[in-house]
Design a binder for this molecule. Structure first.
Ligand code: HAX
Length: 442
């Protein structure tokens, strides 16, 4: 057993009695109530999911295992000369709650490197897609095609004990996490640089550096990759991608089905695709301005025109956050250090000066502040990844680390099949005492 897996098993055995006690002795205790607007409004804020891997405070932002993002970036081990930590170290932290030593990260890096091969049939699936296909559709199908590799399925058919579900899930999850960056880079090269051909991985490099190498990018793109995957990894369990992964896995579908579904959820413009939308919107502004930096008045007009045409301002607002997203701030710091003179970065910074006030005046969005997606495309664009359709693939690779860590723990703690209850509109009306005879049409 690898040291990570051993440590994880120890943590699982320690944790199991806590969950058992809560269910057995406190199962009937009320922890929340549901209002009509929550039932009709996407279940906002209902406390009905449990995870120890991350927690999202509306004012402070995300913490992974109790650590803020700046703490995670500071404390996790880094390779010599690198500014951002190993992604493999993040996996260790998410699974065990402990900051690994350099030696412990080295073990995970070796384990990941041993699992890195992408079978030819996956490449054939990717190659079979027409080049106009969206890279998220290709990624989802590529992950799905790997499903035949699931150890969980093989063992389940042979009659695996519930207590061992986590083990086979850990193997599947780690296999998929080692392969998914390679799949992403393969999709990128196939769609946007077919003339260069496919790059094979470099076994001497960690996940972040190898991804940069396979994308054909020089330093500091290795650090951009590490930062990107780490900050996108998890955002507690209720967001569409994390929740979809958890929901699908709750039926004991294997991690390939669950991750493909998670990717499909992330592909919506209100969620992960917002990073692509931000770039599309910024390019629209830049074209309008003929490349020059807009004045404050011109910026305000562009924002109001977007709102008045019934569209949302991409990269702003959040279902839970009520403050500037720390994932935005981490990337802003990186931009200030590495690309302060970048045109698009200046646009993003100038927008920060005007959008929150406009959204407040507009009066709809509960959170007028920027989220992660307002900054992330700009960093990629600067380092030559200008094909913004691809940005959500990068998000998906990062998000897989959180979703899969959660699924391993779901299986370890025996979390149930998810099955909330629905009611009809008529039942709701009766519950609140509406007289449906006298409604006026609108
Ligand atoms: N621009 C204009 N209107 C906005 C807005 C924005 N950025 N954010 C919210 N609103 C509007 C909503 O559309 C809603 O309008 P209606 O009452 O007409 O339906 C109203 O304000 C109330 O919404 P809310 O309660 O503040 O926000 P929600 O929880 O419903 O939605 C969203 C959260 C992130 C979907 C929303 O803020 C939005 O559409 N933002 C723009 C898209 C975006 O950046 N998405 C990425 C979010 C981060 C993420 O998940 N990344 O993956």
């Amino acid at each position: 057993m690898s040291t990570l897996k051993e440590k994880l098993y120890k943590k699982i055995k320690e944790h199991r009695p806590r969950t058992t006690k809560l269910i057995k002795e406190y199962g009937d205790k009320v922890i929340d109530q549901v209002t009509v607007s929550q039932a009709l409004g996407g279940m906002r804020g209902i406390k009905s999911l449990v995870t120890d891997i991350s927690y999202l405070d509306p004012l402070e932002g995300i913490r992974y295992r109790g650590y803020t993002l700046p703490e995670v970036l500071e404390k996790l081990p880094k390779s010599k000369g690198a500014e951002m930590p190993y992604v493999e170290g993040l996996y260790y932290l998410l699974l065990t709650g402990e900051i690994p030593t350099q030696e412990e990260v080295d073990d995970v890096i070796i384990d990941f490197n041993n699992r890195r091969t992408v079978p030819q049939y996956v490449k054939n699936v990717i190659d079979a897609f027409p080049s106009e296909s969206h890279p998220m559709a290709i990624l989802s199908a590529a992950v799905m095609s790997l499903e035949r590799e699931s150890l969980f399925n093989i063992k389940y058919k042979k009659g695996m004990s519930k207590m061992d579900y986590w083990d086979a899930t850990y193997e599947d999850a780690t296999n998929l996490l080692a392969k998914i960056p390679l799949i992403g880079a393969y999709i990128y090269n196939k769609l946007y640089h077919p003339e260069k051909g496919h790059r094979f991985c470099d076994p001497t490099l960690d996940l972040g550096a190898n991804f940069a190498y396979m994308m054909g990018k020089d330093k500091p793109y290795d650090d951009v990759t590490r930062m990107y995957f780490i900050i996108h990894a998890d955002h507690e369990s209720g967001n569409v991608s994390a929740h979809t992964g958890h929901l699908v896995a709750s039926s004991l579908s294997d991690v390939y089905y669950a991750t493909s579904a998670m990717i499909n959820g992330l592909a919506g413009p209100l969620h992960g695709l917002a990073n692509q939308e931000v770039l599309r919107w910024l390019q629209g502004l830049r074209n309008k301005m003929g490349g020059k930096l807009p004045s404050k008045e011109e910026l305000k007009k562009y924002v109001w025109d977007t709102l008045n045409s019934g569209q949302v301002i991409p990269g702003y607002g959040h279902a839970v956050l009520r403050k500037t997203d720390p994932r935005y701030s981490v990337q802003r710091e990186f931009c200030l250090k590495h690309l302060p003179e970048d045109d698009l970065f200046k646009y993003v910074d100038a927008l920060y000066e005007v959008v929150p006030d406009i959204l407040r005046e507009h009066g709809k969005a509960k959170n007028p502040w920027p989220n992660v997606d307002a900054q992330s495309g700009v960093v990629q664009w600067h380092y030559g990844v200008t094909q913004y359709d691809f940005y959500t693939v990068l998000f998906s690779i990062g998000r897989s680390f959180g979703v899969l860590s959660n699924i391993i723990w779901d299986r370890a703690l025996g979390y149930s099949l998810e099955r909330p209850k629905s009611v009809t509109t008529e039942m709701l009306e009766k519950m609140v005492g509406i007289d449906t005879e006298n409604l006026v049409e609108i």
